[in-house]
Design a protein around this ligand. Structure first.
Ligand SMILES: [Zn+2]
Length: 103
């Protein structure tokens, strides 16, 4: 099969996240933009940092990235939805009101 001249360079490539449901969540490690990825958009397997398992293609999940670094695709992390929820739950709210110095 010889490749035809195909000079189309993916013209209508949408801005990632543009059409998604986005939300900003405040966590202990900063503000995160969280977007829901519907199954139709889950076209690649990603490794979930929460459970270190692959997110299957076609599985609805969430993608999160630091709110102060909106441009970095490398900063985006794909999470299973329950893993993301568990993440924020897991974060202990210790020493939040205290300004204890670290030793
Ligand atoms: Zn997971």
């Amino acid at each position: 099969m010889s490749p035809r001249k195909n000079r189309r360079s993916a013209p209508g490539r949408p801005t990632p996240g543009a059409a998604w449901n986005r939300d900003t969540e405040e966590a202990d490690d900063g503000a995160w933009v969280v977007a829901a990825v519907p199954g139709a958009r889950a076209v690649k397997p990603y490794r979930c940092p929460g459970c270190d398992q692959l997110i299957a293609v076609g599985l609805p999940h969430v993608v999160a990235w630091p709110a102060d670094r909106p441009g970095g695709a490398d900063d985006r992390r794909h999470w299973h939805r329950p893993c993301w929820t568990a993440r924020s739950r897991r974060a202990p709210r210790v020493q939040r009101s205290r300004n204890a110095p670290r030793h």
